[in-house]
Structure formats: C-alpha cells, structure tokens
Design a protein around this ligand. Structure first.
Ligand SMILES: Cc1ncc(COP(=O)(O)O)c(C=O)c1O
Length: 324
C-alpha cells in the first residue's frame, strides 16, 4: 500500500478482500471468538500466536480500520480507542509512569491539557508546558532527567497555532525520547507528522476522520522509528519483562515496529478497556473513504470565511493557518 497515493489509501487501505469476500469491511459484532482447543486459546493469551479472543483487546473490524489509518499516516502499527482522550492518555501512559515527566506544547486542546495537568498529575506524572514558538533554549530547558516524551498538536485546537514538528522532534530525539503528535486537526491529508520526525501519532477520529458527527473515537499510530532498546533505561515498560503478561519484553518480542502498539493493547487496553465498538469503527471507515475529498473543501471554506472576516470592519483579528 505504501506506493499508492493518499486518495487510494483512503478507499483501499487496510483491507484487501479476497475473491468472493465482502467489498466493505465487515462488522464483526462479537465479544468473543471460537477456537477448537484450549491449547490454542492459551497461545493467544500468551501472545505466542496471533488471533482474536476477546473484543476488549482486539476486534477484526477495528484492526482493519486501524490498519487503514496506519497506511494513511505512514506508520507500522495502529490501534483504535473509544475516544481521542483515550488515545492521548494511552499514548503518553504507555511510556510515562508515576515519577516521570513529559514536555508538552502549551496550546494543546483544553481536554488534553486537563488530562495532563490535573488527572495524570494525580497519577504522579509531571508535565512542563512550553509555548509552541518557544526559543531553542526554552525548549531545551524544559527537559529533565526523568522526561519520557514530548507532546504537541500539529494544528492546535482552538489556538490554530502550527507546530514546528521537525524542531520538536529534534529536541525530543536529542534527549532520547519520542515525539507524540496529535494530528486531529490536520489529518494525514494535510500533514503526516511521521514524515517530519514524529514517532507516535494520535487522533480524535471524532472530528474530520469520522466527518459526519456519527461516532466518537480515537486512534494511535506508531511510526516504528523510535529505537526503544537504544534507550532501554528510560523505557523499562517496553524493554524489561512485563510480569503481568508472562514476562514478555515487548521491544524484543515485537521489534521496533510492533512493540508500542502491542504493549498498549496487551496492557493498557486489557486493564482500562477503552475499546472502540466495531459499529463505530465501521462508521469511521466510511468517513475515511471520503476524507481526501472533504478536507480540501473544508480548507477552501475555512479560507473563504477567514478572508471575509479579516476584511470586516468589526473584526479586530483572525487566526487561520491558511491566510498569507
Ligand atoms: C486536538 C484534539 N485532541 C483530542 C480531542 C479529544 O477527542 P475526543 O473528544 O474524541 O475524546 C479533541 C476533542 O476536541 C481534540 O480537538
């Protein structure tokens, strides 16, 4: 799929039906999946075999739609979540635990700001917020020895400031941590943060991806570019055995391209259960099919409104990234 244009990926990505199979992604409306032997089930539970056993962890409809978003963003693996809030919480909590620290852009969506500065703070995770246009010195000064990630939004909601992803990625990588980018507002039609150095990309699919106001949802995509084992001391959750999962070491067993999403699924989705329903995933996929047509129109419309307001006597200022 990587050689296809983004328009084709919107329609065809993630799902390649065989001869006589449904053209549209089927809704697997099932909590559980059947196996002939308990040995086979045991292998699935132990992550020794791949397959589905319980939809709180994984469901085929959700996985096919996640694979489409991974193709759109240029990532190696992805998972759907019940909301954008769940996606951002999982993305950060997958690498930062009690006693850790995260650097975040100060203009992020208010719900995410609250999640970080109030709720995750209660969990013992400390955040330093920096202005997206801060100086190199201010950005460097925000890092601490226990910093585990940098977080920002491509286009901030509602400030509409555009993040210099490359600059934030360079700073994150210089400190041995990944850059997590919430790409909700831009969508992969306007910007693919992985191409600018982001390691993890999140979405509130509730917005443009769904596009019809039909289903709340979220998504996390891993670029597969961050070398967890090269920074093993910072990321014990990925680089040392997980006692709650039969001693699996995610970075070793699933490699650079699979460790992050496998851990988030096997550990966080198992324990917090913010899964997306297959019905919602089906609706999300319908939205994704027309994303490449809708987004240019949204931008055209937004620009027309912004230009009109900018020339209006009663308007003192207009913020729109498309204005000259
Ligand atoms: C940029 C951004 N990220 C995350 C969220 C949270 O997403 P959800 O409402 O799907 O939980 C929102 C919601 O407005 C958002 O705008």
């Amino acid at each position: 799929m990587s050689e296809y244009r983004i328009e084709t990926k919107c329609v065809q990505g993630g799902y390649t039906p065989g001869n006589g199979e449904p053209r549209q992604i089927p809704i697997y409306q099932s909590t559980t999946f059947k196996y002939d032997t308990s040995e086979h089930m045991g292998q699935l539970f132990d992550l020794e075999a791949s397959g589905y056993f319980y939809s709180r962890l994984q469901n085929p409809t959700c996985d096919l739609v996640a694979a489409k978003i991974a193709a759109l963003e240029g990532g190696t693996a992805a998972m759907l979540t019940s909301s954008g809030q769940a996606a951002n919480f999982y993305a950060v909590f997958n690498v930062a635990n009690c006693g850790d620290h995260v650097v975040a852009s100060s203009t992020i969506y208010g719900g995410t700001f609250n999640l970080f500065s109030v709720t995750m703070k209660k969990m013992g995770i400390d955040f330093t917020f920096v202005a997206p246009d801060c100086t190199e010195e201010e950005l460097a000064a925000a890092f601490k020895p226990n910093t585990k990630a940098v977080f920002g939004e491509t286009i901030a909601n509602p400030a509409l400031s555009v993040l210099d992803i490359e600059r934030f990625a360079n700073a994150a990588h210089a400190h041995g941590v990944p850059l997590i980018i919430d790409n909700t507002f831009a969508t992969p039609i306007n910007c693919r943060p992985i191409e600018w150095g982001a390691d993890i990309v999140t979405h509130s699919t509730t917005k443009y991806m769904d596009g019809h106001g039909a289903a709340v949802g979220g998504c996390i995509v891993d670029s597969g570019n961050f070398d967890w084992l090269a920074h093993a001391d910072k990321f014990p959750g990925l680089c040392t055995p997980d006692d709650s999962y039969h001693g699996i070491t995610y970075a070793e067993k699933f490699g650079q391209g699979g460790a992050f999403i496998t851990k988030a699924t096997a550990q966080l989705m198992r324990d917090f259960g913010s899964t997306q329903s297959p019905q919602s995933a089906f609706l999300l996929n319908l939205g994704l099919e027309s994303l490449h047509v809708r987004i240019p129109r949204h931008c055209e419309n937004g620009l027309a409104v912004a230009k009109y307001l900018k020339n209006h006597d009663l308007i003192s200022y207009v913020i729109y990234p498309g204005l000259e």
